[in-house]
Design a protein around this ligand. Structure first.
Ligand code: NAD
Length: 424
């Protein structure tokens, strides 16, 4: 296990540079002291591990994994585990920082963390992914736990990954510890409603944001980038709310139909083929073009850094709701603000997942389970409450929703830190 410290300066346009630029803006609004700002720009703990894998054919491979715990001032760290060939330490640092703000903004009693393994999960068998997950879990075991740091699924991981993590942790502790991860299968202490929670929250906030612009679902069109755990549910719930979903994409391509895609039929196509490409109910579209379509609502729900200074001037959506973490660079934010595009930031829009992860942790720690309608009602209440609080804060201070949300969150974390005091 290697523990690393970092300085708080980032130079190039990376998710970490974006995250630090957003923090700097919020720090300016709050008049945050320089020492506190530097502390919040820097992760509290980082662990980098190597993960040897015995492949099914007997050969050996090696991967690098990270777990970054950005902050613990308000409670244990919380955040997803990503399996992707693009994982790098700076990306994980940025995602961990955004988790801190998200938890504080939604007032769940956690700090922020994130983890990842640099691996393309589609190139490995389930048995190999199980061995990678168990070895990664063993390596980070000293720093995780229901009172320390609670992982969850993210890009390239799912409830099976969480079941393996929970089992590996529990076997090493000598007893079953349900609260060590969230996003588990319901049969293993997962929460009803967790799998759809991020998408539901995205749509709750999207409908509120559209309403604030005078747009009604029945006359609204939407495009969704990404058709994974977040994008797929977002497209489904938007369609169920009456919104016409005219285009969706995944990493292989995009499909569009101006009169609206039949989302359940598209889901069946994706289940059968693994991609939205080739769906008979729509025309092929270039993935990059989806972001510039003439729609009312754009939901980027894939990866970070897709709305940049290059394409932001061509974004025609009236409202952008960030299902993904970090899809908009600060340059793009400024350009879209100038064009009167309302951007609902990730730390608000996609917080439904961490809210229901919190519900799952509460249920697991009490071994007392809620019904799905209870989970969904409590989720909606929290999402709409946060939307209203951020909108009011932004209006009163004439800030963007992102700066308002970040400032509110940073203020809560800074206040917890100050009340606890600096040790020693
Ligand atoms: P996932 O792996 O389930 O799905 C990712 C989707 O994005 C896939 O359809 C993939 O094909 C697509 N994709 C990847 N690169 C693309 C590209 N360049 N263009 C178009 N599509 C592309 O992952 P997920 O859990 O849905 O996560 C998506 C985003 O949402 C990430 O930024 C993640 O951090 C964020 N997020 C996820 C959760 C959650 O609960 N899963 C919660 C909050 C935020």
């Amino acid at each position: 296990m290697t523990t690393v410290t970092t300085d708080s300066t980032a130079t190039s346009a990376t998710p970490l540079a974006d995250a630090r630029a957003q923090l700097a803006e919020a720090a300016g609004v709050l008049g945050l002291p320089e020492g506190l700002h530097r502390m919040l720009a820097t992760p509290r703990r980082e662990v980098t591990v190597s993960i040897p894998l015995r492949r099914d054919d007997g050969s050996q491979d090696l991967f690098i994994g990270h777990r970054v715990q950005h902050n613990f001032s308000r409670g244990p760290a919380k955040g997803g585990i990503r399996y992707s060939p693009n994982v790098d330490l700076d990306e994980v640092r940025a995602l961990a920082m955004w988790m801190t703000w998200k938890c504080a903004l939604l007032d769940v009693p956690y700090g922020g963390a994130k983890g990842g393994v640099r691996i393309d999960p589609r190139s490995y068998s389930q048995a190999e992914l199980e061995r990678v997950t168990r070895r990664f879990t063993s390596e980070i075991l000293p720093v995780i736990g229901p009172e320390r740091d609670i992982p969850a699924p993210d890009i390239g991981t799912d409830e099976q990954t969480m079941a393996w993590m929970m089992d590996t942790y529990s076997v090493n502790r000598g007893h079953t510890v349900l609260g060590v991860v969230t996003g588990k299968p319901v049969s293993l202490g997962g929460s009803l409603g967790r799998a759809s929670s991020t998408s539901r929250g995205v749509v709750d906030v999207a409908l509120a944001a559209l309403e604030s612009r005078g747009l009604k679902p029945a006359t609204t069109t939407a495009a969704v980038q990404g058709f994974g755990k977040v994008g797929r549910g977002a497209a489904r719930f938007l369609a169920e709310a009456g919104v016409t979903v005219t285009a969706v994409s995944d990493q292989y391509g995009a499909v569009a139909s101006p009169s609206g895609l039949d989302v359940p039929a598209l889901e069946a196509h994706v289940d059968a083929t693994g991609s939205v490409v080739g769906f008979a109910g729509g025309d092929e579209l270039d993935g990059a073009e989806l972001l510039e379509l003439d729609v009312d609502l754009l939901v980027p729900a894939a990866v970070e850094g897709v709305l940049t200074r290059d394409n932001a001037p061509r974004v025609r959506a009236k409202v952008v709701v960030e299902g993904a973490n970090g899809p908009t660079t600060p340059d793009a934010d400024a350009i879209m603000a100038g064009n009167d595009v309302l951007v609902v930031p990730d730390i608000l829009a996609n917080a439904g997942g961490v809210v229901v992860s919190y519900f799952e942790w509460v249920q697991a720690n009490q071994a007392y389970w809620w019904t799905e309608p209870e989970v969904e009602a409590r989720l909606k209440q929290r999402m709409l409450g946060a939307w209203e609080a951020v909108s009011d804060y932004a209006t009163q201070r004439e800030l963007s929703l992102r700066t308002a949300a970040t400032a509110m969150a940073v203020e809560r974390v800074a206040s917890a830190h100050t009340q606890r005091g600096l040790y020693p």
